[in-house]
Design a protein around this ligand. Structure first.
Ligand SMILES: *[C@@H]1O[C@H](CO)[C@@H](O)[C@H](O)[C@H]1NC(C)=O
Length: 272
């Protein structure tokens, strides 16, 4: 292949690179050195000139490195399908898992959970949210005065519990309960405050239940396998969205993204 042919091939592949090379040949030595340095920096920064690789898109599904200092909180506030949706859409929440907690029965199951309560475990980034903020959501998302159940669900498994880890969380929980009691005047707040013991994750079919009821959203996310669905922040968000339980701002953001996807025909919804 002669030089002319090479240039023609190059021209086809990467016209702006060719122009730069041609321009470089006609400049002073100083400009040449500067330009070469500029290109080195450009290459080292990991950007490619012609082709947008898929790496960038795939990377966004990983949890950012700042997330190795996650904290965990567990709450019981009625049916855990709904509880998971309530917390899944909040800023700073990285992962949600439904399970059984607060009782003594070993290895509880959905049909025989013994003295446990249906609970949600919330993993969150303490830089973006806090136990105190999660408590606010806990109180505003159920009726803590209802005895022996929540909404239409009747039974001990639907009782209201704040699980705490350490004295600071116990204190915050107690203070928030007192405040709630003052607000509710006549009727007693039934919420229990317990030191967190074992948390037993529930069976797969109960995880992200609201999302799984909506095959269209699952498809938008690329039909993730179960293990990924359980770990995914986006799935936690979308589980809240599917149940209409996102804060209004987040609800609007997701609405806009989905409309955009539908308009462009881009098949997969990704993390923000
Ligand atoms: C309780 O808190 C300690 C210290 O902050 C932490 O190391 C531990 O993992 C927490 N336990 C649970 C179950 O979250």
């Amino acid at each position: 292949m002669n030089a002319k042919m090479k240039i023609q091939v190059l021209e086809l592949l990467c016209p702006h690179v060719l122009q730069t090379v041609m321009a470089l040949l006609q400049t002073t030595i100083c400009v040449r050195i500067f330009t070469i340095l500029f290109f080195l920096v450009f290459l080292l920064s990991g950007k490619s000139c012609c082709i947008r690789t898929l790496n960038r898109i795939a990377d966004s599904n990983k949890i950012p490195s700042s997330h190795h200092s996650l904290k965990t909180a567990v709450f019981a506030l009625g049916c855990f399908w709904r509880s998971e949706a309530v917390f899944g859409c909040l800023d700073g929440v990285v992962r949600t898992t439904v399970g059984y907690a607060g009782g003594t029965k070993l290895n509880p199951e959905y049909r025989s959970l013994g003295d446990h309560a249906e609970s949600v475990r919330v993993e969150y980034d303490p830089k973006l949210t806090s136990f105190r903020q999660l408590l606010e959501v806990f109180w505003s998302s159920h009726d803590s005065r209802q005895v022996f159940g929540q909404g239409p669900d009747v039974g001990n498994q639907y009782r209201s519990i704040i699980f705490t880890n350490g004295t600071e969380e116990s204190r915050l929980a107690a203070v928030s309960k007192e405040r709630e009691q003052l607000k509710s005047r006549g009727s007693a707040v039934t919420t229990q405050i317990q030191e967190l013991g074992a948390f037993y994750p529930a069976e797969a079919e109960h995880q992200k239940f609201e999302l799984k009821r909506n095959p269209f959203f699952l498809q938008l996310m690329g039909n993730l396998p179960e293990e990924e669905l359980e770990m995914s922040t986006l799935a936690a968000n979308m589980n809240g969205y599917a149940a209409d339980l996102c804060p209004p701002k987040t609800q609007k953001q997701i609405d806009a993204k989905i409309n955009d996807i539908i308009k462009k025909g881009w098949p997969i919804l990704r993390e923000k």
